[in-house]
Design a protein around this ligand. Structure first.
Ligand code: NAP
Length: 276
């Protein structure tokens, strides 16, 4: 088993994920895994970084596929005996003009952004080594969507005692409510992406709390963040930040020094903790 440190970035064949891998290749002392659901797109991205003189490694990972997540988990356990840095970056968003029925958009968006990210955490967080760093890429849209929720939902999502099971029930209820066209009556905002990212931010707060309760003394720091508005296939060419600028906050959180005890369980943008 290798003693080398290891970092994994999900959804990193393009966009912000690729920029995070590029930065980690330069700054992280260890192996950096570029992952992609499609091996062809992943290997092409690896080749691009190799042309820049960098040495990322590749592993397939589709966060919608539990078998794929478990194959990565087994590989990391076997080769490295764990994991030092995990960046949950993979995500999807329907375009504003997309005419797919809202209930379908809700189901598909939640499946990847919330349930897929949660499944990666369920399988990989137990592998995190002491002083590990976990970054869940959420969005400022999670904050605006939170403000668009009913008072009752806002209270639940801001609660310091909400459990992962309760969060999963709420995310499942959102999808069910959209199918019955009652989601707005039930207090939800009209944004599937926004609700999925509420899920990612709240999940991060819960996971950080569980680390405090169950793995105190291991100095693992876990945070959610917003990369900013970034020029990628998701956000389009008018966005204000380059992918490299978008990678700055996730990389800062991924490389928090070993003597840091904060931020932890926070929502961070522009390297600054934001109120939730
Ligand atoms: P992007 O260019 O569309 O890249 C998304 C990446 O996620 C791609 O590599 C994509 O792979 C991957 N992905 C999607 N579903 C996946 C799955 N099931 N399994 C594994 N990988 C999957 O988007 P981006 O702008 O870089 O976004 C990265 C993250 O930042 C997302 O979580 C997004 O919500 C968040 N974010 C972006 C912005 C922004 O302004 N761009 C703002 C706030 C937050 P494929 O190439 O195979 O599709």
């Amino acid at each position: 088993m290798s003693n080398v440190q290891v970092a994994v970035v999900t959804g990193s064949n393009k966009g912000i994920g690729l920029a995070i891998v590029r930065a980690l290749c330069k700054q992280f002392q260890g192996d950096v895994y570029l992952t992609s659901r499609d091996p062809g797109r992943g290997q092409a991205a690896v080749a691009q970084l190799q042309q820049e003189g960098l040495r990322p490694l590749f592993h397939q990972l589709d966060i919608d596929d539990l078998q794929s997540i478990r194959a990565l988990r087994d590989f990391l356990k076997e080769k490295y005996g764990g994991l030092n840095v995990l960046v949950n970056n993979a995500g999807i968003a329907f375009k504003v003009q997309d005419t797919t029925p809202f209930a379908v958009q809700a189901e598909v968006t939640l499946k990847t952004n919330f349930f897929g990210t949660r499944n990666v955490c369920t399988e990989l967080l137990p592998l995190m080594k002491p002083y590990g760093r976990v970054v869940n890429v959420s969005s400022m849209v999670s904050s605006s969507a939170l403000r668009g929720c009913s008072q009752e939902l806002q209270q639940k999502f801001r609660s310091d005692t909400i459990t992962e099971e309760e969060l999963v029930q709420l995310m499942t209820k959102f999808v069910e409510d959209t199918k019955k066209s009652v989601h707005q009556k039930e207090g939800w905002p009209n944004t599937a992406y926004g609700v999925s990212k509420i899920g990612v931010t709240v999940l991060s707060r819960i996971q950080a709390r569980l680390l405090d309760e169950q793995r105190k003394g291991e100095h693992i720091l876990l945070n959610a963040c917003c990369p900013g508005w970034v020029r990628t296939d998701m956000a389009g060419p008018k966005a204000t930040k380059s992918p490299e600028e978008g990678a700055e906050t996730p990389v800062y959180l991924a490389l928090l020094p070993s003597n840091a005890d904060a931020p932890h369980g926070q929502f961070v943008s522009d390297k600054t903790v934001r109120p939730w």
